[in-house]
Design a protein around this ligand. Structure first.
Ligand SMILES: N[C@@H](CCC(=O)N[C@@H](CS)C(=O)NCC(=O)O)C(=O)O
Length: 317
């Protein structure tokens, strides 16, 4: 049986599309995980006490190591559980490049369609929070109206991507890169899942693409691995009862001059005004930055991991 400090603890909420990306990734590898349901809106005190302020969804925890961002989570899952690799073809690097586009432009387009089509029907606090995150900070209300007015244009943009995917799947392959599911399936599927589930015109849009719909069924059939519920308090308790397992290492030639022991802050490289997380560098390489910080609630150390891609690091001391 897996020891408590080695269990995957997954902090997310059911409606989150990025959380669905990782649930599918769990399915690809057939993993078991503990599910902590977090609030959809801040404050999320039992999450941010672990992350140091990072508030996005999802976050994965294993013991006292905390993994922020779905990109970092997928990378960590691949390292810890290499069986049923997320990368079945020689084009792994190309798939990573593509995943940056799905996480950025494609996801943002789908958010605009979902928020824009819901318009005034969105609860005010939710509209403002997500508007600030995805629709340009202080200009969110104006941009939400714009998304509503431009809905046909936005849908026309997404329809192009759907047709590209449909074309890839035309030869009856089960998944995007062949008959085995890879990370790229999860990285694209969550956007389609979001559009089908949350955009009123989603079903009609997707019904134009029979190969894409068949692929959706194959992904659904993979499932989400095996999950069991866990409370946020239990998760914090696990972090407090162990120590971070990440080794201390900083790769040479870091372009930002990063060195072990430096105090830095790190956060999403976007203009959304999100809180950065402060800590001491424990691990840094081309792909990953991990910092040690003390959890306010327990007074014990956690190690918080972020991908380098899409994240900004500022050296404090
Ligand atoms: N680049 C991040 C994006 C995460 C993201 O934007 N998630 C959405 C949920 S789908 C979110 O955090 N929304 C605000 C929240 O949950 O508080 C990742 O891949 O994990």
């Amino acid at each position: 049986m897996t020891k408590p400090e080695d269990q995957i603890i997954y902090h997310a909420y059911p409606q989150s599309p990025v959380a669905e990306k990782i649930r599918v990734a769990f399915g690809v590898k057939g993993l078991s995980w503990r599910s902590v349901e977090i609030p959809r809106l801040p404050p999320k005190p039992l999450l941010t006490t672990l992350t140091g302020g990072y508030r996005r969804t999802p976050v994965m925890q294993i013991g006292a190591d905390i993994y922020c961002d779905s990109f970092c989570i997928i990378e960590e899952l691949e390292q810890r559980f290499p069986e049923h690799s997320f990368y079945r073809t020689a084009e792994a690097g190309l798939a990573q490049c593509l995943s940056r586009w799905t996480d950025g432009a494609l996801f943002e387009l789908s958010v605009k369609i979902v928020l824009g089509s819901a318009g005034d029907a969105l609860p005010e606090d939710f509209a403002e929070d997500r508007g600030r995150l995805y629709l340009g900070g202080d200009n969110w209300a104006e941009n939400l109206k714009k998304a509503n007015a431009q809905l046909p244009h936005l849908v026309a943009q997404l329809r192009v991507t759907c047709s590209w995917l449909d074309q890839v799947l035309e030869d009856k392959r089960k998944f995007l890169l062949g008959d085995d599911a890879t990370a790229l399936d999860a990285q694209i599927y969550h956007v389609i899942w979001f559009i089908r589930g949350r955009f009123a015109g989603g079903e009609a849009l997707l019904s134009e693409f029979p190969n894409l719909e068949r692929w959706e069924k194959s992904i659904k059939a993979l499932g989400h691995g095996t999950s069991s519920d866990f409370t946020a308090e239990e998760a914090v308790e696990i972090a407090a009862s162990t120590i971070p397992k990440t080794k201390e290492y900083v790769q040479d030639n870091d372009p930002q001059g990063l060195q072990a022991g430096m105090q830095i802050k790190v956060g999403p490289d976007v203009e959304s005004g999100e809180q950065f997380v402060t800590g001491i560098i424990r691990y840094a390489d081309i792909h990953r930055i991990a910092i040690t910080r003390t959890c306010e609630q327990t007074g014990t150390d956690v190690c918080v991991h972020f991908p380098r891609t899409g994240y900004r690091i500022e050296v404090l001391a």
